[in-house]
Write a protein that binds this ligand. Structure first.
Ligand SMILES: Cc1ncc(COP(=O)(O)O)c(C=O)c1O
Length: 378
């Protein structure tokens, strides 16, 4: 094997991205340290404005993580003990954790097999008089169609809270950005995300002035002015260093997303006819930002393919191997294996391949060739 052929190809190469912005990032961190204004200062205020303007909402409230964003959003929407919140079982655990933090009951529903996103018919079937909110998750970077969900929610006083943690810049069915369609919407800036901090960070976007004010208080111990606490809040602040880094990265996001889309198209071409199921590209590709490029491997061969790629230095991940309804900690919710056949099938077949804006065509070809070789039985 040549040296190039043995080079590792990680799932996400954060070092490759850092190399393109190193000077700007170091200068920005230096400025924050020189100012010693470390929390809710000029960078957080500026980032809140810049991110709101990018998403197209009146407000963005920077918080400590995507999980904070969900927790505060759910609380601000008045969800509490006894309420039901509908979301998918095929998501990252935090979506459901945040519902449980509010002592509400998560009602987990099926995904559509083609898109692997929330199935509106399953949502409609799960509505009860206790349904308080619906949380569509724009999984893998593909925006959920909000129109059918809004039709279900309207007239029933049900709130829609988008979990846009994986979909920075994806377009909704109304042509606006994901994170602008719910009453409040949540983003994660976890380091591997399309817009990722160099630590923990998140944001809540909304057009509702009153909620925005409440959320700004909730992120800082519920205080209205310093040391006056009309409500009990959280320590969910975004810090200045992360905000300064996010401001730099936000300016590159559109370019990085465009590159991810180009890479997705290349993968599609190179994997056609290989026997794996490639992710469906929406007719308007701008509805997807390919946080992950997640294929499905039928015939029980997923884990062997993963091992095969791993042996060749190719990083992969399973998003997600155990649906929430089958997680050990969720046993008390009373779900059983077989309750969500589509979700369970998808979870046994999905495999995410390397995807990041700096991935080269040569690297992508090596990944695709290796997938093809395995599927052919090599
Ligand atoms: C769909 C989804 N929801 C919520 C979260 C939670 O975000 P964080 O890890 O920033 O708390 C994540 C990310 O990690 C996610 O992917």
């Amino acid at each position: 094997m040549t040296a190039v052929a043995t080079q590792e190809i990680p799932l996400v190469d954060l070092k490759a991205q850092y190399a393109t912005i190193r000077d700007e990032v170091r200068a920005a961190i230096d400025d924050v340290l020189e100012s010693m204004q470390l929390t809710i200062g000029p960078n957080v205020k500026a980032f809140d404005q810049e991110f709101a303007s990018y998403i197209g909402t009146k407000h963005s409230i920077g918080v400590g993580s995507g999980t904070d964003a969900l927790q505060l959003a759910i609380r601000a929407c008045g969800v509490s003990s006894g309420d039901e919140v509908i979301t998918v079982s095929h998501t990252f655990f935090a979506t459901v954790e945040a519902i449980l933090y509010a002592n509400a009951r998560p009602i987990l529903v099926e995904v559509d097999e083609k898109t692997m996103l929330i199935d509106p018919a399953a949502v409609a079937a799960a509505i009860t008089p206790r349904t308080k909110a619906i949380i569509p998750v724009h999984l893998y970077g593909r925006a959920v169609d909000l129109k059918p969900l809004k039709q279900i929610a309207q007239d029933r006083n049900i709130t829609i809270i988008e979990d846009a943690a994986q979909a920075h810049g994806a377009l909704l069915d109304d042509g606006k950005k994901a994170g602008s369609g719910g009453r409040v919407n949540c983003f994660s800036f976890y380091c591997s995300k399309n817009l990722g901090a160099y630590g923990e960070a998140g944001s809540i976007t909304t057009n509702d002035d009153r909620l925005a004010e409440e959320l700004r208080a909730l992120r800082e111990h519920g205080q209205s002015t310093r040391y006056y606490h009309p409500v009990i809040g959280y320590n969910a602040r975004l810090d200045e260093i992360q905000a300064a880094i996010l401001r730099i990265k936000l300016r590159k996001l559109e370019e990085w997303n465009a590159r991810r889309r180009a890479l997705a198209r290349m993968y599609d071409q190179r994997l056609a006819g290989s026997g794996v199921i490639v992710p469906e590209i929406p007719s308007d590709i701008r509805r997807h930002v390919f946080y992950t490029y997640t294929i499905r491997v039928p015939g029980g061969r997923r884990d062997d393919l993963r091992k095969y790629l791993g042996e060749r230095g190719i990083g992969t991940q399973i998003h997600y191997p155990v649906p929430i309804h089958l997680q050990q900690s969720a046993e008390f919710l009373g779900y059983r294996k077989g309750d969500m056949p589509i979700t369970e099938k998808v979870a046994s077949e999905v495999l995410s391949l390397p995807m990041f804006a700096e991935l080269t065509e040569q690297q992508l070809e090596r990944v695709a060739d290796s997938v093809r070789a395995f599927m052919k039985g090599n």
